[in-house]
Design a protein around this ligand. Structure first.
Ligand code: GAL
Length: 919
């Protein structure tokens, strides 16, 4: 057995310790390395010799993943291992990347203790310095250090690293993400001065009853600690000191700069005081219930994979703060430490998760699952130790997580015991410990609303939804209802939306690639595209909804008053202002704890009028500028006046080959052929939509296609031309006797035509339908859209919290939401009226009686459903205008509960009316 198929996690490495910012000199070894890729492990290791001639090798940047630089290809699987399940053996075809780096030793470094540090290498590396082997290591997202002092030479040194994509450790790293080997985090040399400080453990508790903080800094050798901001100078480490402090919280992340000094070294720390506790089943920090309004974050960059640029980490933190997200679960491994520094600084609660997942064993009935096999105990403990030791000084971390989806077993219990012993200040989390025998919080993923409610109402350990609201494609639906439950039950500490970003890798042909796009024989398709951010980090509609439902402020309107209450923190940093549609604005004067204020006077108007109130930042903060909107709400002040009917208008009349009726021309069978001079395709009933990921994966879509919703046939039965024009039709798919009677009843009204669509089901329709709508084809030049309704973004019955009521303007192209895998998207809900016009302003106006859903696109639902990537969507010859009376909700059934009953759509007798007028 060789090291790459051995249970042992490493050899020759140093004991894990805290990530420290020290004044000891460091040498960053990032940059261009020499690189050679082999397809097996069976290659000579003569390249480790300093004199080896690598001039024929390529150059590869480090940090990086080699498949993203043209060597081999990325591969995506969720649960299934892409190799035979035969632990501890990796597959024989095992891409092996040999890396070489020459460096000049800085002056004065020879003959001193020095550490070589790797922050992340996927998945197994063997290391040589100047031809001498140092050892090997596994644990892709964990740090590793070697003592290298005696091997360093003045002048030229040669570091050689052999990286195998697969190893025994791959069985422990079956996280749902791209398989991406490489040296993907920093490599550094760090000098260890005589009398230096190898490790520091900061204990900084806060007593909310007294306002006092207690600081104790533990060090392996005697040292002194200074915290100038607290007036503490050169205190001995190891002894507690208690002083008045401002506590650390995600809302108010007060950090105190501290230094810890020995004769040889000074380490800089940022100390945050907080105490995590569990009282009566409620998870508290500083005596306050913790309200985790979180997301799961994988490290991902569309070009760099998990080799994240620093700036991207800051982008993530800022985007989270700006979208009211206050917590991150580092699914499913410790992130680059720099990300945790940012969480400390900007304020995000963190669940720091160990690099562990053995999910693929589920597919073999959990036989030989490493979690309960003593052969793997050392590896499990090694991973947890490296996590806790590296990250123990971050005030942002409030829970340790043992890993993800590794079933259960003694090795996990041992990790929990070790962790609690090493750091009693933080509770232990692991979702797989269903009966909480070794964890401190009860954790679930994707529990339904009903179950969340039930758990919340049952006494027990604090409840965390470590994953919920699966954000794959269009959605997540049902967010509001989850957050209401979190708000209602003290036992619910909150949850983490799955997940932060779509892992779409940039691809020359497809735009963004997902599983299968690199020809992987085993893959899980677009299940890796399930984030709140698109791969380029543009917010999806789902993220905007998260921002709305995670608002830290509650607004409650009564007849003529508004009550504003903080849900987290207080209102002191916020200004609460109001605006009317006519542009008048004002500000409410509110104390920090909130209060009730009178509403501004109602304007005199017959139009539907909405008051908008907004809580905005009163001053610049580190994460957003003054004026940034934190929360908002709307209140209807005046109801719509309704249509003033001019009745009767013109009558329809038969002409040579059809019927003419006001602005409309019809064929003899009563089908609209032109309107206001534009050729149009007649309104046709639609019951289907291009399936969302949720529709598809939950097989609702199979029901729809089995029922033939996507292949309806239309038959005209009768045309009645009288005062009005009535076309009676029957709509049904082939092969069934079920159908729908649809009467299109046209009346003249104002300058246009009123269309009442009367729908009567025939036969049984027990299953939900996708939508109830009519579609018309318009000329492609009609591509400007204005509407009064919800916007600016999309909304479906159970999504679109972020949409507000106003008048919006856009274009057909801009109204498409660019989901990485094409699917139903872009609907605007609650529309009162809309115009669809050409650039000169001519076209059509649609008025709802009272409301409709509006969708415009340059392709049919079938084309949308057939495309696997947006690049395959080719504009057709028309603009398809769809006016709906309803949609089935979106839900989260791609992984989690489906649409809540209130948002299901069933076919029933319906009348749906719109007014079409020329513009
Ligand atoms: C969970 C898992 C995540 C992810 C998610 C679905 O079961 O923990 O890693 O796979 O489902 O996207």
């Amino acid at each position: 057995m060789s090291y790459h198929d051995d249970y042992a996690p490493s050899s020759g490495t140093r004991a894990p310790r805290a990530a420290l910012s020290s004044d000891a000199p460091r040498l960053d070894l990032s940059g261009d390395w020499r690189f050679r890729l082999s397809s097996t492990v069976d290659v000579p290791d003569d390249f480790a010799a300093p004199e080896f001639d690598d001039s024929g090798w390529d150059t590869l940047p480090v940090p990086s993943h080699w498949p993203l630089h043209g060597y081999g290809a990325p591969a995506y699987t969720n649960v299934v291992y892409p190799f035979p399940v035969d632990p501890p053996h990796p597959p024989e075809r095992n891409p092996t990347g040999d890396h070489r780096r020459e460096f000049e030793l800085p002056d004065g470094w020879a003959d001193t203790a020095t550490v070589l540090r790797f922050d992340g290498v996927d998945s197994c590396a063997r290391v040589w310095l100047n031809g001498t082997e140092l050892g090997f290591f596994t644990g892709s997202r964990l740090p590793t250090e070697f003592d290298v002092g005696p091997l360093l030479r003045p002048g030229r040194n040669v570091l050689a690293v052999r990286v195998h994509q697969w190893s025994a450790a791959s069985y422990l790293e079956d996280q749902d993400m791209w398989w991406l080997p490489g040296i993907f985090r920093a490599v550094t040399l760090q000098r260890r001065p005589a009398g230096g400080l190898d490790d520091v453990f900061v204990h900084a508790d806060y007593d909310h009853t007294t306002g006092l903080g207690t600081l104790r800094v533990d060090t392996p050798v005697p040292a002194t600690v200074s915290v100038p901001g607290l007036g503490l100078a050169a205190l001995p480490t190891g002894a507690p000191v208690t002083v008045p402090v401002s506590p650390w919280s995600a809302e108010s992340p007060t950090l105190y700069d501290a230094t810890v000094t020995t004769v040889g070294e000074t380490v800089r720390l940022r100390v945050g005081f907080r105490t995590v506790s569990i009282v009566d089943g409620v998870l508290l920090v500083n005596g306050e219930p913790l309200a985790l309004r979180g997301v799961n974050r994988h490290e991902f960059h569309t070009e760099h994979g998990r080799a994240l640029p620093r700036g991207t980490m800051l982008d993530d933190v800022l985007a989270m703060k700006r979208h009211n997200i206050n917590a991150v679960r580092t699914s499913h491994y410790p992130p680059d430490s720099a990300f945790l520094d940012l969480c400390d600084e900007y304020g995000l609660w963190v669940v720091d998760e160990c690099d562990l997942e053995t999910h693929g064993f589920e597919l073999v009935g959990w036989r030989n699952n490493p979690s309960d096999d003593p052969a793997w105990l050392a590896s499990y403990l090694d991973r947890m130790r490296r996590t806790v030791e590296r990250d123990k000084n971050h005030p942002s971390i409030v829970l340790w997580s043992l890993g993800n989806e590794s079933h259960t077993g003694a090795n996990l219990a041992a990790m929990a015991d070790w962790t609690r012993d090493r750091d009693p200040s933080r509770p232990v989390h692991y979702e797989g410990d269903a009966d909480c025998s070794y964890v401190d919080v009860y954790s679930r993923m994707y529990a339904s609303h009903a179950e969340t409610d039930e758990i919340g109402a049952t006494p027990g350990k604090p409840f965390v939804q470590c994953e919920y609201a699966h954000a794959m494609g269009n959605g997540p639906g049902g967010l509001v209802e989850y957050v209401e439950l979190f708000d209602r039950h003290p036992r619910c500490a909150g949850g983490f939306v799955w997940e932060w970003i779509d892992h779409g890798l940039r691809h020359p042909e497809h735009g963004y690639a997902y599983g299968g796009d690199f020809g992987e024989p085993v893959h899980d398709g677009n299940f890796v595209i399930d984030g709140l951010l698109f791969p380029d980090r543009t917010p999806s509609p789902g993220l905007l909804d998260v921002k709305k439902v995670y608002e830290p402020v509650r607004f409650a309107f009564a007849d003529d008053t508004l009550t504003v209450t903080p849900k987290r923190g207080d209102l002191s940093g916020l200004r609460v202002e109001w605006t009317m549609p006519d542009g008048t604005t004002g500000e409410f004067d509110l104390p920090a704890e909130g209060g009730t204020v009178p509403l501004p006077p109602v304007p005199e108007t017959a139009e539907e009028t909405w008051l908008t109130v907004r809580a905005v930042l009163a001053a610049d903060t580190p994460w957003a500028e003054r004026g940034h909107e934190v929360a908002w709400a709307q209140h209807r002040l005046c109801d719509p006046a309704g249509l003033r009917e001019h009745w009767p208008g013109v009558r329809p009349s038969r002409i040579e080959d059809g019927i003419t009726f006001g602005p409309g021309e019809f064929d003899r069978t009563g089908r609209l052929t032109s309107f206001a001079g534009f050729p149009v395709g007649t309104p046709r009933l639609e019951l289907w939509r291009a399936p969302t990921d949720n529709d598809r994966l939950a097989r609702l879509h199979d029901t729809w296609t089995a029922n033939g919703l996507h292949r309806l046939t239309h038959r005209v039965d009768e045309v009645v031309v009288g005062q009005d024009l009535l076309a009676r039709t029957r709509v049904a798919p082939a092969g069934t006797d079920r159908g729908v009677r649809v009467d299109y009843d046209w009346k003249s009204l104002r300058d246009g035509l009123l269309l009442a669509v009367h729908v009567t089901p025939e036969g049984e329709w027990p299953e939900p339908i996708a939508t109830l709508a009519v579609s018309l084809s318009l000329p492609p030049t009609l591509d400007r859209v204005r509407w009064f309704g919800k916007g600016p973004g999309e909304s479906y019955p159970d999504t679109g919290s972020a949409a507000r009521i106003d008048t919006f303007e856009s274009t057909v192209d801009d109204m498409q939401t660019p989901y990485v895998r094409p699917q139903e998207n872009g609907r605007r809900g609650g529309v009162r009226w809309a115009t669809v016009t050409d650039p000169s302003g001519r076209g059509l106006r649609i008025t709802g009686l009272p409301l409709f859903g509006l969708t415009v696109r340059r392709w049919t639902p079938t084309a949308l459903a057939d495309a696997r990537h947006p690049t395959e969507l080719v504009p057709g010859p028309t603009v398809e205008l769809t006016l709906d009376a309803g949609h089935h909700g979106i839900g989260t059934a791609s992984c989690g509960p489906g649409t809540l009953p209130d948002y299901e759509l069933f076919l029933s007798e319906t009348e749906f009316t719109v007014l079409l007028e020329p513009v």
